[in-house]
Design a protein around this ligand. Structure first.
Ligand code: ATP
Ligand code: MG
Length: 267
């Protein structure tokens, strides 16, 4: 049984006083299954956060159906509005008081330590840095031990080390059966994490399939580095245009430096 099922969900927003509207979600159908990590991708304004708000009943949809087979959903919004006057500790205990389920205290401390915000628990959130707020929001999305965790750009503003730690934590929880629905503009992070990719373009689902299919079925891509008037330059070519590009550089007498196969065509 799916944890979440969206069937032909349509959402419109009025864009001016003449009641003209924009279809932000156009018959969106998708599902989330137990234990999977879904990378939900798409350009700015394509409808990712709107889809998430619809799943969480934060907005009213015009038509379609949303079915949920769980009450426990953790959520990290894209714009975290944490209660600024609370300390980190107060905020986490407030969030955990909203639900009967919760992670063990030792697991929460472990998460805070791994994310290196354990020593900041007595600080008020208004004095947290951007990355610290993001990390605290991430822990708050997990604290009630939900079956499904929805993370809207969890890695934005987070440093390289913390990024890897957050990704490890997500993978560990997913092994224990939690489902994750994650948006990110960083394709490397999406590739590292996701079992399944769902891509939305202008409010329509354009791809919904295994991550391997998404990343490996595209043409192989190559990055060609060369010297042009003593400046290192590069072009990207796919399988079909590689020899043509190399020939072009040779004709212009540019010195070829190297050709790197980009393992995953994620650029
Ligand atoms: N409350 C609102 N009123 C009017 N239009 C809205 C509202 N919320 C979102 N939109 C519009 O819906 C479209 C989709 O927005 P959404 O926030 O879902 O995009 P997104 O895919 O999350 O983008 P991003 O990658 O920038 O976060 C945009 O055109 C946006 O302007
Ligand atoms: Mg968004």
């Amino acid at each position: 049984m799916n944890i979440v099922d969206l069937n032909n969900v349509t959402k419109k927003y009025f864009i001016n006083k003449n009641k003209e509207h924009q279809k932000v979600l156009d018959k969106v159908s998708l599902n989330i299954q137990k234990g999977e990590i879904i990378g939900f991708i798409g350009a700015n304004g394509s409808g990712k956060s709107t889809t998430i708000r619809a799943i969480l009943d934060l907005i009213r949809i015009e038509s379609g159906k949303i079915e949920k087979n769980t009450k426990s959903i953790g959520y990290l919004p894209e714009k975290t509005k944490l209660y600024k006057d609370l300390t980190g500790r107060e905020f986490l205990s407030f969030v955990s008081s909203l639900n009967t389920n919760s992670l063990k205290r030792s697991s929460v401390i472990d998460l805070l330590e791994r994310l290196q915000i354990q020593n900041d628990q007595e600080k008020r959130i208004k004095n947290y840095s951007k990355g610290m707020i993001q990390k605290l929001g991430f822990v708050s999305a997990l604290i009630n031990d939900p079956e499904l965790v929805i993370l809207d750009e969890p890695l934005s503003g987070v440093d390289i080390n913390a990024r890897e730690i957050i990704k490890d934590i997500i993978k560990e929880f997913s092994k224990d059966g939690k489902s994750f629905f994650i948006t990110s503009h960083n394709m490397q992070d999406i590739a590292d994490l996701s079992n399944r990719i769902i891509k939305i373009v202008n409010g329509r689902i354009e791809f919904n399939g295994l991550a391997q299919e998404y990343f490996y079925d595209l043409n192989q891509t190559y990055r060609i580095k060369y010297l042009k008037e003593n400046v290192v330059s590069e072009v990207v070519a796919d399988e079909s245009s590689l020899s043509e590009s190399l020939q072009g550089l040779k004709e212009k007498k540019y010195k070829l430096l190297n050709v790197i196969k980009i393992e995953r065509s994620i650029l």
